[in-house]
Design a protein. Structure first.
Length: 433
């Protein structure tokens, strides 16, 4: 077989293994090793198999991933999400649909110290859904707002997915984090607009909650100083070049730990649970990354990425036409693949194409991550939807997916705006030291 045919066969086998519910990392290791052996030799494949775990676990950038995961777990155990929701409720609750808006705002704040979409969705389901039900919000609007708000965890820094993209493509993770800020804020504004549209169409979906006085509103803001301090410390330090992203992650862990202890929210048992969960999540991510390296070696020897890049470059389409095709493919893949799996599988192919077309690598990363976001709230996988369903078991999957539709619509609009105006994404990275 030709190199392209061998790569296609490898992808076909990989997808069959994923359909059979084989863990992504193990499937990529198996296909990558056997595929490399078929092209080069079995001894060479065993050599790749032996060095890839060492290479992954000793890469300095991967320390950042584990530390940000730990920071998110400590923040969750500290109950910071509840304080964010109370503050959002105080400022937005008196509007129709205000509790859904508060959920979006709180999700954005929690994403700024969590970095995980799934964790954000799970946490906000426990915090916000009971309150919205108390005011007789429709389950469709309530769960749709939570599902959409959860996607902010993948974009607003610190983002684990952006960090992985930076490692895979050898891009500056600090600049990627800077680039995610404005698109993340735009996402919050668009989501708030989606809530307003939903309650305009169906006023009963989001009744008005009890109004809060000005004193109560400002008092509620005092509860979110901790999140602001951690976010300012991490992002500000990177922006002004005081410390590296890995150092920022370590500082974030220390700040979150100290805040939780000083507020008497973190005891020894909660700290141990947070560490155990972070280790489990890190191990699962590292397994996927080890698999991506091995599968990447297999693709490299087939020269399929170079062949695809050359073929795409030869298409009678402008660069943005090719980008549109790639984004559509990402949307389709997002319906059936896990977020991180989709990233590590596709970036070795799409990144060279984007570079050949002259796109900025930082901007391309943000655009791809935003597109991947949609996979978190679209059927049939919709990881955030399944997380919400696991917490609120009396809500059907169909209800959550229908509730997420307005947010999917504004996400597509946001994607178009940021694709058309790259300066919105690159403004902060360009002025950062």
């Amino acid at each position: 077989m030709s190199g392209m045919e061998t790569a296609a066969a490898g992808f076909a086998v990989l997808f069959l293994l994923l359909v059979a519910r084989i863990p992504v990392g193990i499937a990529m290791i198996a296909v990558g090793t056997l595929g490399f052996a078929s092209v080069v030799s079995f001894d060479a494949a065993l050599s790749i198999l032996s060095i890839s775990p060492f290479r992954t676990l000793t890469t300095e950038g991967f320390i950042l991933v584990s530390l940000f995961i730990l920071m998110g777990e400590l923040a969750t155990k500290s109950g910071l999400s509840a304080e964010l929701f109370r503050a959002g409720n105080a400022w937005f609750g008196h509007f129709r649909g205000g509790l859904a808006m508060a959920t979006i705002a709180a999700s954005g704040g929690f994403a700024a110290i969590c970095g995980s979409s799934v964790a954000t969705a799970a946490t906000m389901t426990k915090v916000a859904l009971p309150e919205m039900r108390r005011y007789r919000y429709s389950d469709r609007l309530a769960t749709g707002a939570i599902a959409a708000g959860g996607t902010l965890g993948i974009l607003i820094p610190p983002s684990v997915v952006l960090a992985v993209y930076g490692i895979l493509t050898e891009q500056d993770i600090g600049k990627l984090f800077m680039a995610g800020i404005l698109p993340g804020l735009i996402a919050i504004v668009f989501y708030l607009a989606a809530v307003r549209f939903s309650v305009w169409r169906d006023p009963d979906a989001g009744p008005v909650a009890a109004p809060a006085g000005w004193r109560e509103r400002f008092a509620a803001l005092r509860g979110v100083w901790a999140i602001a301090a951690v976010f300012a410390g991490i992002i500000g330090g990177m922006f002004f070049g005081v410390f590296t992203p890995s150092e920022a992650a370590a500082i974030g862990v220390v700040l979150t730990l100290l805040i939780g202890i000083l507020r008497r929210r973190l005891d020894a048992a909660n700290i141990v649970r947070a560490v155990k969960t972070a280790i489990q999540l890190s191990a699962s991510i590292f397994l996927i990354l080890i698999g991506s390296y091995i599968f990447g070696f297999f693709l490299a020897v087939t020269q399929a990425p170079q062949g695809i890049a050359a073929a795409v470059a030869g298409l009678p389409l402008p660069p943005y036409g090719v980008l549109a095709i790639m984004l559509v493919l990402y949307l389709l893949l997002g319906c059936v693949l896990d977020t991180l799996a989709m990233l590590v599988l596709t970036v070795p192919i799409t990144f060279p194409i984007a570079m050949n077309l002259g796109f900025d690598p930082i901007w391309f990363g943000i655009i791809i991550v935003m597109t991947i976001e949609l996979g978190l709230i679209t059927p049939p996988i919709g990881m955030n939807v399944f997380v919400i369903r696991s917490v609120a078991q009396d809500v059907s999957l169909a209800t959550v997916f229908k509730g997420a539709l307005p947010f999917v619509a504004v996400d597509i609009l946001r994607l178009a705006v940021l694709a058309a105006f790259p300066a919105l994404t690159l403004f902060l990275p360009d002025i950062a030291r």
